[in-house]
Design a protein around this ligand. Structure first.
Ligand code: AOF
Ligand code: ZN
Length: 367
């Protein structure tokens, strides 16, 4: 097996793992392929809900032929008795000869012990390949286990001059159908879609994934300090079908809280800092509830709060060739920056035309 074969099969395992993104929280979405004599004998990825894990599914697929094969896994196989038996034991029992995985699992119940257990059983273990790709794919899970908060993608679909509505509040549609379709595909790859109270009030959004033929929906999170959201809204009416989680301040009206709970919403009391809901406290609450990847779709106040607290990990911009002007609604509220050096800065990862718009994706600089 050459190093380029290893990379090729590991890339396949990583791409299988990405299929589960958005569906496996609080678990990572892992991919696994079983290879022998240049043939792929089995493949698997973490099932929706996080179990079964990737490895037993790929092993079941390969059957007896797995004896003597190499398992390519996008993350260290687990070694703990959790809700499922350890994947290391399944790999050992199947007679796997070699395991290739980019890196250790950050879950303290695993963190290196999976590799140790495999080596102790005489299995050759190769790590350190495709680390950047794996870190990107598992960024949400790593962030949750290490910092207690989910990975945050901030998406802004705006005019050329960074506006999301006219002065009268008209916003449909600034970007074209291709951009809107991509938004739905991106929602699907995240555990939750999140908006601020202003957007929830102004747009009456459904925040669901549509037209992609999918059964699973991301959680819908609304950040509203006072919980003063319309009780007749689409979110309120559908909270029993697709989860609605409301992050609110400590001083909300108990009757209002009970009303929302009665409608089916899950409530999270978060801290207030400087007169605003503290975005760090909101994300800790969401991480504590198991979310690993959150897709924030604005509005301006929430975007500014997250950026101001350095809590945005990735920016997705969809920019249309239309100008709205300074009287329009800005995509990002005031950041109160004195100096440019203090401005949150991101590094370009990808830019391309998207229908009649431009898609540009940025990652946190300095990581
Ligand atoms: C793997 N393969 O496909 C995944 C793993 O609660 P449990 O028993 O499901 O265990 C959850 C932990 O398992 C999770 O925190 C992470 O460490 C690992 N996820 N491991 O070997 C997989 N999804
Ligand atoms: Zn496992």
């Amino acid at each position: 097996m050459t190093a380029s074969d290893d990379r090729r099969y590991l890339a396949l395992a990583l791409s299988l793992g990405r299929r589960g993104q958005g569906a496996t929280w609080p678990n990572p979405s892992v991919g696994c392929v079983i290879v022998k004599d240049g043939r792929v004998l089995g493949r698997g990825w973490t099932a929706p809900g996080g179990r079964p894990h990737a490895e037993p599914q790929a092993l079941a697929h390969a059957g007896e032929a797995a004896r003597g094969a190499t398992a390519y896994v996008s993350l260290e196989p687990c070694s703990h008795h959790g809700k499922t038996p350890p994947c290391t034991d399944a790999l050992i029992a199947a007679g796997i000869a070699r395991v290739v995985a980019p890196m250790a699992d950050t879950d303290p119940r695993v963190s290196g012990q999976g590799f140790d257990r495999l080596r102790a059983a005489g299995i050759a273990v190769t790590t350190g390949l495709m680390v950047d790709e794996a870190e990107r794919d598992h960024a949400g899970f790593f962030m949750k286990t290490e910092l207690g908060r989910p990975f945050v993608t901030l998406k802004l679909a705006s005019s050329f001059d960074g506006r999301i509505a006219t002065a009268t509040g008209e916003s449909q549609w600034i970007t074209g159908p291709e951009a809107r379709r991509l938004v739905h595909a991106m929602r699907l790859r995240h555990d939750a879609v999140m908006v601020g109270a202003g957007t929830a009030r102004a747009d009456d959004p459904s925040l669901t994934v549509r037209d992609l033929g999918v059964a699973r929906q991301p959680v819908r999170v609304v950040v509203s300090r006072r919980l003063d959201l319309p009780l007749m809204s689409t979110l309120a009416r559908t909270a029993k079908q697709v989860p609605v989680w409301l992050c609110h301040g400590p001083d909300t009206d108990p009757t209002l809280r009970r009303t929302w709970e009665g409608l089916g919403a899950r409530l999270f009391a978060c801290d207030v800092k400087g007169g605003q809901l503290d975005p760090a406290s909101v994300l800790q609450a969401l991480g504590g509830a198991g979310l690993t990847r959150v897709f924030c779709e604005g509005g301006g106040a929430l975007a500014a709060a997250l950026l101001g607290a350095d809590l945005v990990d990735e920016l997705v911009g969809m920019t249309a060739g239309v100008t709205i002007g300074a009287d329009g609604l800005p995509a990002i509220g005031a950041l109160g920056l004195g100096r440019l050096a203090a401005a949150p800065r991101f590094r370009l990862r990808e830019a391309r035309p998207l229908g009649g718009d431009v898609l540009h994706m940025w990652e946190r600089a300095g990581d």
